[in-house]
Design a protein around this ligand. Structure first.
Ligand code: FES
Ligand SMILES: [Fe+2]
Length: 396
């Protein structure tokens, strides 16, 4: 059977399933990868300049719709959770009608934080003077109300950020005055995300890490399989996945990479059948949801990896969570998922994030002019081009 190696894709309407499997197989058999036309030079200040980090936060991260939380994390009416994002405390709720809200968790009296942790509640009482808010943010109660008898309660609820729930995530912009347009933000990626039905997944667990590496550098670790045999050689990623092989597609600022598994080459002599239509059988499909989220799909679930700067250009926080594609119905299944998450989390923590602080050090201390990103690191090149364009950084 003759297999042509397809050209790197740059369009948004690439067929899913069978075609993705076909492309992965062709690359695996030819021992090559989708590639960028040239190498890319990146000045070190792209990663380490604190002024740039400030622009990045105020102009990009706080004004772009971020998928802040998986819907599955607050599935029921009145569920809520508090999350800190770029130092803002956010109270994310689902109201009695099932509508999600993203509220700034700062009391309108004198700023204390009405909610903490997560659970199921309709009302939140501020710990300082016990003002009460409902889970849409409305101010519902003030002790000693005579002291505030000239206050218009209707304009003193918790500040709500523009948000929308779609494809299993609650998206919001952190700047309350920023425009919010998820259709424009997602563009052709909207249909791609819709294929996975993340809204039907079941939230399982999350863990947090901090690391002394640029948040951009950390995200780049999830956009190439060039490092797999060296960093993940002893774990399932390195053992199951063909190194340095990427089936690559762009969707505006977002991208998808298929990382073929070793067994995809078993398909070489057979005729395509239905199994080809589920790309999860033959490759790890990883998305970069611009600007800060990685979705790493496996046949049983998805890793949700959210990476943001932590107060300095070369410090980041990582929130690693996992959702099951098929909700667990037995204790045995939950245990199985625990094991899967423990394994994938260990790979991220003990392999990627054992390595990445070295890159942070190289960026902070290096005296070379630029880094160089290979033609094979096509997804990394894309991340850098998108962010550099937003930040006005010239690339050569
Ligand atoms: S600060 Fe919240 S009630 Fe006073
Ligand atoms: Fe990795």
């Amino acid at each position: 059977m003759t297999i042509d190696v397809p050209a790197p894709a740059d369009t948004s309407n690439t067929p899913f399933g069978r075609d993705l499997t076909r492309r992965g197989l062709a690359l695996a058999l030819a021992n090559t990868t989708d590639m960028a036309p040239t190498t890319l030079r990146v000045p070190l200040h792209y990663y380490r300049d604190e002024k740039l980090a400030e622009i990045e936060e105020t102009q990009v991260l706080r004004r772009t719709p971020l998928p802040l939380l998986a819907s599955a994390q607050i599935p029921q009416p009145d569920d809520y959770t508090v999350r800190t994002v770029l130092d803002d405390s956010l109270l994310i709720t689902r109201d009695p009608d099932g509508v999600a809200h993203v509220l700034l968790n700062y009391c309108r009296h004198r700023g204390a934080m009405p909610a903490c942790g997560s659970g199921n509640a309709r009302r939140f009482t501020c710990p300082y003077h016990a003002w009460v808010y409902d889970n849409t943010g409305r101010l519902r109660g003030i002790p000693g109300k005579a002291g505030f008898d000239d206050l218009d309660r209707s304009t003193h609820g918790l500040v709500e950020l523009p948000s929308e729930e779609r494809h299993g995530f609650i998206w919001a912009v952190l700047d309350a005055d920023a425009p919010f347009d998820l259709d424009t933000h997602l563009g052709s990626f909207d249909a791609e995300l819709a294929r996975w039905n993340y809204q039907d997944f079941q939230y399982h667990e999350e863990r947090f890490l901090e690391s002394t590496v640029s948040w951009k550098g950390a995200l780049e670790a999830f956009a190439e399989g060039y490092h797999f045999p060296f960093v993940h050689g002893n774990s399932v990623i390195g053992q199951n996945t063909i190194a340095n092989t990427h089936v690559y597609d762009e969707y505006g600022p977002h991208h998808r990479i298929g990382f073929p598994f070793n067994w995809i080459t078993d398909l070489a002599d057979g005729e395509p059948d239905e199994s080809w239509d589920d790309p999860g059988q033959y490759m790890g499909v990883i998305y970069w949801v611009y600007p800060n989220l990685i979705l790493a799909n496996s046949p049983v679930g998805v890793e949700v990896i959210d990476i943001l700067p932590a107060g300095a250009a070369t410090k980041c926080t990582v929130r690693h969570s996992w959702m099951a594609r098929f909700p667990a119905t037995t204790g045995e299944q939950t245990e199985l998922y625990d094991g899967i998450f423990a394994q994938v989390h260990a790979a991220v923590r003990d392999e990627d994030f054992a390595m990445l602080p070295q890159c942070g050090e190289g960026v902070r201390r290096g005296q070379h002019d630029h880094m160089v990103i290979g033609r094979n690191e096509i997804g990394v090149q894309h991340m850098i081009r998108v962010m550099a364009e937003r930040l006005g950084v010239a690339l050569r």
